[in-house]
Ligand binder design. Structure first.
Ligand SMILES: [Zn+2]
Length: 317
């Protein structure tokens, strides 16, 4: 029986159950945390993370895939504690989360040198722990596929080819990065069935999404509640249209929620929470989105496909 690496070690794929494919129990810059600790409240971060973990477990979630990578405070020990205290499986990544910038430790290595770092983690574990990554993460955003981003994508592709691990690529649909990302993976010989283009649900451009699907990748409809990228109604209409066209077997539903995040000063975060993303949470899908999608025709089988079967298939692709 195939297994998937989690913070508790390899788990039989049939044990993954209802899965949120893209959530963060903490999102922060590790350099900021190390250098300016007065900006961070570790206890509040823990309280928020465990509250969210328990809340999703209360909705029947068994597994949370946490694609935090370098530059987003990936912390295997913290994620393991969340998993151990909530009873969830938490699935971690190797990789780097950047839209262009590379620290010297990576900018002075070539594609193969960066790939070797990711392969080391797959073989030996994350941050000196025995916890292994189940997939490899990279990102392209508004700056597009810059030379640094292309280098990271080729490194991720080579690490995937060397280890067989699937890839999650954060994308920016309004600059159509998904197609460029898939072009690079294809040039590197990656099986498209291993690749998930995250944040595809930030657009309601069905033509773009279908061109992306034609490459053979998975798509993340994974930012429910982030209205500043796309409000819930067009997200739902897009998911329903794709279900209608028979694409339940290529999609994931999630929220890209961050139990805590250091990207903005506290007062700006409070403003955004109140005005820009009032519904964003780790349980919004269960409280509002899924009931509405069901009312508008999504079947239980389609829901299971997106939140139980597809995560198993992608993670063991
Ligand atoms: Zn994310």
């Amino acid at each position: 029986m195939p297994t998937v690496e989690t913070t508790g070690g390899p788990v039989d794929v049939e044990q993954l159950g209802l899965t949120l494919i893209h959530e963060h129990f903490r999102a922060a810059d590790e350099a900021g945390r190390l250098q300016f600790p007065h900006l961070y409240d570790e206890q509040a971060e823990w309280d928020a993370a465990i509250a969210d973990a328990n809340a999703v477990a209360g909705h029947g979630v068994k597994t949370v895939v946490e694609p935090s990578a370098m530059l987003l405070t990936r912390d295997a020990a913290f994620s393991k504690r969340v998993a151990d205290e909530s009873g969830l499986n938490v699935v971690l990544a190797t990789g780097i989360y950047t839209y262009d910038y590379l620290p010297q430790v990576l900018s002075n290595r070539d594609e193969d040198g960066i790939a070797a770092i990711f392969v080391h983690e797959v073989e030996h574990g994350i941050q000196g722990t025995p916890i292994k990554p189940a997939f490899i993460k990279c990102a392209a955003d508004a700056p597009g596929v810059t030379p640094n981003i292309e280098k990271v994508h080729r490194a991720v592709a080579r690490a995937s080819n060397a280890t067989g691990k699937p890839i999650m690529a954060h994308s920016h649909p309004s600059s159509a990065t998904g197609l460029e990302q898939m072009r690079i993976f294809s040039e590197e010989g990656v099986d498209p069935a291993k690749v998930q283009i995250a944040h595809t649900g930030d657009t309601d451009d069905l033509d773009y999404i279908e061109r992306l699907l034609e490459t053979g990748c998975w798509i993340g409809m994974d930012r429910y509640g982030l209205d500043l990228f796309l409000p819930t109604e067009p997200r739902n209409a897009t998911v329903l249209a794709l279900l209608e066209k028979g694409h339940a077997d290529r999609m994931f539903l999630s929220q890209d929620y961050c139990s805590s995040i250091d990207w903005f000063p506290r007062e700006v975060q409070e403003y955004l929470k109140a005005n820009e993303v009032p519904k964003w949470s780790m349980t919004f899908l269960f409280e509002e989105v899924i009931p509405e999608l069901k009312e508008r025709g999504m079947t239980d089988e389609q829901l299971d496909q997106m939140m139980v079967d597809n995560p198993k298939r992608w993670l063991t692709a």
